[in-house]
Design a protein around this ligand. Sequence first.
Ligand SMILES: Nc1nc2c(ncn2[C@@H]2O[C@H](COP(=O)(O)OP(=O)(O)O)[C@@H](O)[C@H]2O)c(=O)[nH]1
Ligand SMILES: [Mg+2]
Length: 257
Amino acid sequence: MSPIAVEIVVPAFNEAERLPAGLELLCRRLERLPARAAVLVVDNASSDATAEIVRQWPGGPVEVRLIHCAKRGKGAAVRAGILSSRAGIVGFCDADMATDPAVLDTVLQMMRVHPVIIGSRTHLGSRVEARHSRTRSGGALLFRRIAGRLVPGVGDTQCGFKFFHGDLARQAARRQRSNGFAFDVELLARCVRMGAAPVEVPVTWNDVPGSKFSVLRHGLPVIAELARIWFLLRRTPAVRAVPSASAAEIALIRPAA
Ligand SMILES: Nc1nc2c(ncn2[C@@H]2O[C@H](COP(=O)(O)OP(=O)(O)O)[C@@H](O)[C@H]2O)c(=O)[nH]1
Ligand SMILES: [Mg+2]
């Protein structure tokens, strides 16, 4: 069997409802990729059957592993997943598969050239099927303004669908300090500081009910996290060397027929 070329981290907190359909969809997609893939579900102290669902997931061509992360938060979970990955390409996506994983084929082909590919709901080619509440959309606008300063040139830092050359992701995650919902901004900014410019791809995005994000509970902490990221990055000099996937790792992905 060929080595695992792509690992996908799925942060999951109390996702017993949404995870089975999400994992099923993701695994079906991954089975058809021209590269061997595995899924790393990262749970932190879910009080429902999330962990059990992953433990009992039937074996198949796509291995599904469970990782426990002691620290709470989406950022902490994704960081733990990336750090336990070993593949040449590492990515993450949400348990609800709000971003249609059908775009994975395109993403993998683009990764032969680009070290960071991210889904973007602001891309003109994207199909955004539903919208958030007005309060959340207003908050998102403010967030985008600030995030745009930290990661210039990126229209949508928060679409939960991002792929990286593995060593680059692991180096960025090792430096990542954000544990909450704003962690994407820090992860991307750290990649940029290592010389890797993110490329945005159009996605089909569907707002799946059951979001764990509450404007009331997470709104202010997320803005505070952005301020902290700004402070952290001010003291981080740019590193020149870009760690990228080796030619051998990229060769594991066959060009599209
Ligand atoms: N492990 C872990 N995952 C989380 C946490 N908070 C959110 N997530 C996951 O992050 C992903 C995105 O969350 P979601 O609730 O869909 O947020 P939204 O799409 O931004 O409204 C889902 O897979 C969640 O299960 C957390 O504290 N720990
Ligand atoms: Mg969601």
